[in-house]
Design a protein around this ligand. Structure first.
Ligand code: NAD
Length: 364
């Protein structure tokens, strides 16, 4: 098969980490016999420098014509970069919001996985994490409270602010289908997180998600109230497989889930639309403090490339090999500076890429 992949290196460490993610894609292509055609796209500060805007129509078009996008990170140091003297709608981050919107990326996936070798960085007690955890947060990204009507005005002499939490059944159904599809590729357990004891919108989430569940009899489906979920993530994160939730709850819970892995530099993410298309990126930013030094941790980008293989191209075997290679490299004691600990061997970005590639080939 032939696939088009848009690469968005972006700013700061972006080009360094995307280069390593691309090497993993190259190896996946070689191992599978598939052919990848890459198209490089400018987004963020580098696009401002080249074209005066953080995102061009051509860039959007190139992404739309691809099967998937692998992105690094965008932005610079707000205190020193000239990009931040521009009006907000012309700054690097405006490009990121615009591309997500243009590509209709309504499902945001953030895995939280505890590597046994990085347990020391997890803030939870050993007795809680002894069996590890491996969960996937699926957050609705384009609806709900952050996109509803809002205003602030004086009502009966009192300043009153209103935000509107609105969901349609179609918005819920399309992300629920995504989440169940993902559960089918994992441990076949999906938990809907809501506040159905209070909110009408949550009751609609329960109704529609329960309907979708009927088409997935192999997936164990349950529900949990969001306040309980916030506690359970700390008390027993190992109980979860896929967590599905609306935009604001997902915003908060996905950061909580990231935090308990103890290593945000290891976390990949994906944003998907109705088709198999997705944009894949590390959770971290452009790290201007270490840009150009060749020492950035490429693992989150490599794991994002693995997600791209799994969710956009259905190349599960190659994705498994890449993820296994990351586990082995950590077990073998190799670390970039950000996750370095006593007794381990410090490596740079390129060396980490080399070590992962070698193990990916062996794991295949
Ligand atoms: P950051 O994530 O870039 O950096 C925070 C700290 O983590 C820094 O010390 C950095 O060196 C370290 N770090 C981050 N990624 C790393 C990696 N792969 N390897 C090793 N160390 C790593 O966050 P920030 O400093 O708040 O933001 C810097 C810029 O990134 C800002 O312009 C911000 O807007 C942008 N940003 C972009 C995205 C994105 O592109 N999706 C996300 C978050 C922040």
């Amino acid at each position: 098969m032939e696939y088009g992949i848009a690469l968005i290196p972006g700013d700061g460490i972006g080009p360094e980490i995307v280069a390593q993610g691309k090497r993993v894609l190259d190896l996946a292509a070689e191992l599978s016999g598939n052919v990848f055609h890459y198209h490089e796209v400018l987004l963020g500060g580098c696009s401002i420098d080249a074209f005066g805007v953080p995102l061009t129509e051509e860039a959007v078009q190139t992404c739309k014509e691809s099967n998937a996008v692998l992105m690094g990170s965008i932005g610079g140091d707000a205190a020193t970069s000239p990009w931040y003297r521009l009006p907000p709608e012309k700054r690097p981050e405006a490009g990121l919001l615009a591309i997500r919107k243009a590509l209709n990326l309504f499902a945001n996936l953030r895995p939280a996985y505890l590597y046994p070798e990085l347990k020391g960085a997890c803030p939870l007690k050993e007795e809680i994490i002894k069996d590890g955890f491996d969960l996937m947060m699926v957050r609705e990204l384009t609806g709900g409270l952050y996109f509803g009507d809002r205003y602030t005005k004086e009502v009966d002499g009192t300043v009153t602010a209103v935000d509107t939490l609105k969901y349609t059944e179609d918005e819920i159904r399309r992300v629920a289908v995504k989440a169940f599809d993902i559960a089918m590729k994992r441990n076949k357990h999906l938990t809907l997180v809501d506040k159905a004891n209070v909110l009408d919108s949550s009751r609609l989430w329960r109704k529609v998600t329960s309907q979708v569940a009927e088409a997935y009899p192999e997936v164990a489906f349950d529900t949990m109230l969001v306040d309980n979920c916030a506690m359970q993530l700390i008390r027993n994160p190992g109980q979860f497989d896929v967590l599905l939730t609306e935009n604001m709850f997902g915003d908060i819970l996905s950061d909580e889930a990231s935090m308990i892995t103890g290593s945000i530099g290891m976390l990949s993410s994906a944003s998907l639309n109705e088709t198999k298309f997705g944009l894949y990126e590390p959770s971290g930013g452009s790290a201007p403090d270490i840009a150009g030094k060749g020492i950035a941790n490429p693992i989150a980008t490599i794991l994002s490339a693995a997600m791209l293989l799994r969710y956009s191209l259905d190349m599960d075997r190659e994705a498994d090999a890449a993820e296994e290679a990351v586990r082995r490299v950590l077990a073998d004691g190799f670390r970039t500076g950000d996750i370095m600990s006593d007794g381990c061997t410090r490596v740079n970005t390129q060396e980490m890429g080399d070590l992962i590639l070698e193990r990916m080939r062996n794991a295949y």
